[in-house]
Design a protein around this ligand. Structure first.
Ligand code: BJ8
Length: 422
């Protein structure tokens, strides 16, 4: 990391605070990840990306900026990367998963707010995240109340463009969302000075679909028994998906999948055959939030699927590639993105259908509902999720947590007891 100091100074990073942050990560990563047995060789690329998290990719982004590209930071899986890339900009997902940034966020935000929002706000305000420092603009959205209001604070430090995400899915909202995508396209065009052409949009739709297909392929392999890769490793890959170069990322995931295919042929896995299979559903887990996966997988069970935005919600549903005009392509994008089922919508019954389908497909023994503290939409929706699962006699446990380690032991005790009774 040390050879990136020039880069960090160039990005106006607070070096002393940043050193404090960087001092934590290597040991944490070693404990959680490198302690795993029999990891696939294909994980080496993702290890490298994360071990050089504030160096490798930010350096590339600065080089791209020096060539005239704009960097666009996003916070939600409803913001279409395809439009960003088609306008010749680069999209990076910026959600914060580190407790390190929470106290900085709490200087301007209430304490009783979800840690994800406090963390990304602290990351920006403390000038300790090169991804924020590289960004030319942030795209916010009107999802939950906390995010909706935080843009009014963050916009003192950087330009924020807010997309008006509808909260229902009637025909009129599909039209509204299509209109929002057109407005975003206009905004991006004025940012980059480049008009989005049919060819550019068609090729970026293809590029992001290929990334989704690679992730889908990886998830399909987790359906095997024994499972050929840990949930922790897949979570890491999903987190990296948000900021890595999409084409390189897709290629690396496919190389890993080739290796996993071979493992499966030999009947090799990372857990014992018939280890209990857990699905996690709920709020996203931004990097480096590995807490729950680590607890589950050091308690004898395997996480085989995540119905979250750092899981299936990120890659399920492809954009229809049959569009030839810009209008058709934007309509296809609007349809694909509104098919995502976030608890910010009402009603959101399709999410429950998704969970039931995934339980079946991944042969899940038990479900853990994961809720980031103070996330009201997912906390309230849990009632209906639990009811639907109980009707089918599927065991479910709710874990509500923040980014601290204060509750780790208590969660471990509850998770162990849950796995024991499966
Ligand atoms: S599509 S889950 S990425 S909004 S956890 S900040 S909801 S209080 S992150 Fe999300 Fe888009 Fe929905 Fe996905 Fe608010 Fe809840 Fe915090 Fe959240």
């Amino acid at each position: 990391m040390s050879n990136y100091y020039e880069l960090w100074k160039y990005l106006d990073i607070d070096i002393d605070r940043h050193d404090e942050l960087m001092a934590i990560l290597p040991d944490f990563f070693k404990d959680v990840y490198l302690s795993q047995k029999n990891r696939p060789e294909g994980m080496n690329y993702f290890n490298l990306v994360v071990s050089s998290i504030h160096g490798l990719r930010p350096k590339e982004l600065v080089e791209l900026r020096n060539k005239g590209k704009k960097v666009v930071g996003t916070f939600c899986v409803y913001v279409p990367d395809e439009l960003v890339f088609a306008a010749n900009a680069v999209s990076i997902g910026l959600c914060g998963g580190s407790q390190f940034w929470v106290p900085d966020g709490e200087k301007v935000l209430p304490k009783n707010l979800c840690p994800l929002i406090k963390s990304f706000t602290g990351a920006k305000l403390s000038k300790t995240c090169p991804f924020f420092q590289c960004s030319d603009i942030l795209i916010g959205e009107t999802t939950c109340d906390g995010k909706k209001k935080v843009w009014e604070i963050l916009n003192k430090s950087i330009e924020i463009y807010v997309m008006n995400l509808p909260q229902m899915k009637r025909e009129q909202e599909y039209k509204e969302w299509e209109n929002e995508l057109n407005l975003l396209k206009n905004k991006l065009e004025s940012l980059t000075g480049i008009k989005v052409s049919n060819d550019m949009l068609a090729s970026s739709i293809k590029m992001i679909n290929n990334k989704r297909k690679a992730l889908k392929r990886l998830y399909e392999l987790r359906k095997q028994n024994p499972v050929p890769i840990s949930g922790k490793d897949v979570l890491l890959i999903s987190q990296i998906a948000f900021y890595d170069d999409p084409e390189r990322f897709t290629q690396k995931v496919n190389v890993l999948c080739d290796e996993l295919d071979e493992r499966i042929k030999k009947g090799e896995g990372v857990f014992e055959k018939d280890a209990k299979r857990i699905l996690i559903t709920g709020t996203p887990m931004a990097l480096p939030n590995w807490k729950l996966h680590h607890i589950v997988e050091t308690s004898g069970a395997a996480v085989v699927c995540e119905e979250t935005c750092t899981g299936t919600r990120y890659f399920e549903n492809l954009v229809n590639e049959n569009g030839t005009t810009l209008d058709e392509m934007i309509k296809n994008l609007a349809e694909r993105y509104l098919e995502t089922n976030c608890a910010c919508f009402t009603p959101n019954t399709k999410r429950i259908e998704d969970i039931l389908r995934l339980i079946n497909e991944y042969k899940v023994d038990g479900v853990i509902g994961y809720n980031l503290q103070f996330c009201t939409p997912y906390a309230v929706e849990y009632y209906n999720v639990k009811k639907a699962l109980e009707e089918k006699n599927i065991p479910i446990l709710l874990i509500e947590s923040d980014y601290t380690e204060n509750d780790t032991q208590q969660i471990k005790t509850r998770v162990e007891a849950f796995i024991e009774m499966l």
